[in-house]
Design a protein around this ligand. Sequence first.
Ligand code: NAD
Length: 476
Amino acid sequence: MKRKNEPSFRESVDMMFNRAVALMDLPPGLEEKIRVCNATYTVRFGVRLRGQIQTFTGYRSVHSEHMEPVKGGIRYAPSVNQDEVEALAALMTYKCALVEAPFGGSKGGLCIDPRQYDEHELEQITRRFAYELAKRDLIHPSQNVPAPDMGTGEREMAWIADQYARMNTTDINARACVTGKPLNAGGISGRVEATGRGVQYALREFFRDPRDVEKSGLSGKLDGKRVIVQGLGNVGFHAAKFLSEEDGAIVTGVIERDGAVFNPAGLDVEAVHHWIAGHGGVSGFPDATFVPEGASLLEEDCDILIPAALEGVINMSNAARVKAPLIIEAANGPITAGADDVLRQKGTVIIPDMYANAGGVTVSYFEWVKNLSHIRFGRMQRRQEEARHQLVIDELQRLDDYLGDAWSMSPDFKDKYLRGAGELELVRSGLDDTMRIAYQSMREVWHDRADVQDLRTAAYLVSINKVAASYRAKGL
Ligand code: NAD
């Protein structure tokens, strides 16, 4: 959506890109090559529903093929358009480079309100869309690998995988054509929670360095920080749940389509989520104040603001009134380029989307590798690891017996130490490592370069350098 007096989403991404490349020493031709979107395919297809043919419009955009396959989610929303899909594809290029997922950037979208269709109809529509894309290698294990995004999830990914497999009956790697599948259809443990989990790991890393915390004007740790979340969908729900249950953060506000709920003493995130599932919105949720004009809560006093729904929600019309000293962009593009300027001048610290929500593509990368290797992570080594740990426990037990009352093992040490890592533990560990390392690469630029004032510019510098290195290695 284009707001009055504001650039479109794609123009916003380009402006942020331009701000970063102005600080770099790239040959102008290469700069242009990286910025532009390579190709966008538009498809219009008909599906017979409720006795008549309905026509749908979909897109798949490929921003950069410096690495293949290219990767990026498929979004179902009535507002999907070419500009948005291209902006999201560009962000995927930078995101993958930043977290070292070996993919180029892509994105897809279908103009549809999925809530208007039943499951069977959605399956017909999704299969037809997948057919149109797969026919042109825009879904393909080694060319283009979609994933879930707003309005899509495991169910749609399973239909896409099955559709591709039907069309490519002898492709042994067919399952790697899409990620975010359910576990029983070739998915990986921890993919559903991955993006929200990544937001949690990102905030933990931010709070590990007191210099970063100080830049935002906050102090201390995550414990006790007041959080407002917009969008309690896949990303927002998991981020809010983990931060409140595991890090002691207090979720004071949740903004949804129909309004917002607010309770300064903290909301039970699971309960709000459950309420939305049963009532279609937050309205009527007990133990909280309902705010009909939900977006006004973006301006409420809090420590951390997590926009996890749509793009452009913080724009020139409200940026000056946003009070949160720290914003983590769980959604893609929630802050327009103009609002970004306003907030930076106010000293607000913004953890940028290309990093903050990279947990999804990181675990998608693990899923893709799992599909290509045809084996679950941990299957070969888990029991062997446990057997080796048992040797240590046996020795400690001997010491324990020998020393009597003078020393003994801590009560739950045995259980914890003995347990070998299963797939979920390995996925979380790989994700944590990825989020920490990527943050550290941004932090280094942020602290070391006097001309870099914010994390977003730092993120662009790191990722554009990586993309440029790939192009140079190809001789461009
Ligand atoms: P989702 O469809 O699961 O959830 C979106 C939530 O936002 C829903 O609860 C919806 O009701 C709410 N919402 C919609 N319009 C709203 C409005 N106007 N005001 C307040 N709330 C509103 O989508 P998701 O997968 O959680 O994606 C959310 C954002 O995160 C998107 O920007 C997406 O691109 C980004 N993202 C998602 C993933 C992923 O793995 N799913 C990965 C990276 C980035």
